[in-house]
Ligand binder design. Sequence first.
Ligand SMILES: *Cc1c(COP(=O)(O)O)cnc(C)c1O
Length: 428
Amino acid sequence: MTNLKSIDAFNEAKELIPGGVNSPVRAFSSVGGIPRFIEEADGAYIKDIDGNKYVDYVQSWGPLIFGHRDEDIENAVIDAVKHGLSFGAPTQIETALAHEVTDIFDSVEKVRFVSSGTEAVMSAIRLARGFTGRDDIVKFEGCYHGHSDSLLVQAGSGLATFGNPSSPGVPADFTKHTLLAIYNSIESVKKCFENSKDIACVIIEPIAGNMGLVPADKEFLHELRDLCTKNGALLIFDEVMSGFRATLRGAESITGVTPDLVTLGKVIGGGMPVGAFGGKKEIMASLSPEGPVYQAGTLSGNPIAMTAGYTALTKLKKNSNIYKILEDRATRLVNGMKDAACENGIDMVVDVRGSMFGFFFSKNGVKNFEDAAKADHKLFALFHAAMLDAGFYFACSGYETGFISTRTTDQMIEDTIEASKKVFKAIK
Ligand SMILES: *Cc1c(COP(=O)(O)O)cnc(C)c1O
């Protein structure tokens, strides 16, 4: 396998684009090596500019549940393009997609569309603050909610206290309103509520996918719901990644916990840039122009993006049995790799939720960020590089989730497991 063209392309890009990429994880910094520049993709395969073909377990970081170049989405988009790319005026396809989202998510009565997950979360938080008249928010260590200021936070003097900025350029004055709690620890959330009487909302990935795949315990989510209700704070489920990925009707449908607001992204755009946030009518009524909380977007509800999303969601609704099929397939994949690791004396823990899968090179189960950080990420880097060489494209960080699509076949899963056997033998 040669990567000469990717190497050249990366060097050229680095001259003009910081780090050569438009989103940092793509630079392969945490695993080393050269990011593959992509020429095209189809179904479960992705092909780079050197002509190498890989089984793609990234799927654009989640959106492509039907794989690359799904015929229905592609045709719908081509048709929409011929009517104009953008109008900056209302279109019926926005209402059609809103129908789908409110039908699929019980907790969502009204929804607003934006252009990214970051924007969805940022807006939902502003809405929660405006609605409650409070300033503070609680987030969990290891959960990612996009790159807006108040969410780029790391632990300060201790957990359950106000956080410090995790990036230069974020004023401490902004993050002093963000309290950090420990995932799956209700005690840490209780401490947050003891430390502040001004908490507008608690935001959580109910199925965390940004510290590897770490689903929240059901009981923890129930306790979290109770705590929010008791303290008059809103509960926001950030399902930008897990929405329509882990299951059709959201984490609320598998946990029985109803959030006040939900943020969506990734799959909801069918591969185009779409984010959304929604929830109860009374809360959404605070949003401009119905209410006073300002939020806007020139390209929000873009007709091409809405068309892609609408086609994806209606197709998912018609084929809701795919989640079970994908979950079985993903389970075979991670269990097969785990057995292969075990045969070579490597500890691995695995998890699956629908079409999302995760694994850590760790002896112990992973319940929170600290556990995830203790996994062997050096070994992950070796695994990643060797699998890539063998033609299998896994996310380039041990803190990411893997995705399979409806185009990922049983044969591909078998081939991946076989390849992993050789890889584990070589890297152990
Ligand atoms: C990807 C992601 C975001 C950010 O979405 P962007 O479209 O990258 O801005 C927010 N929250 C979660 C849970 C995500 O996985």
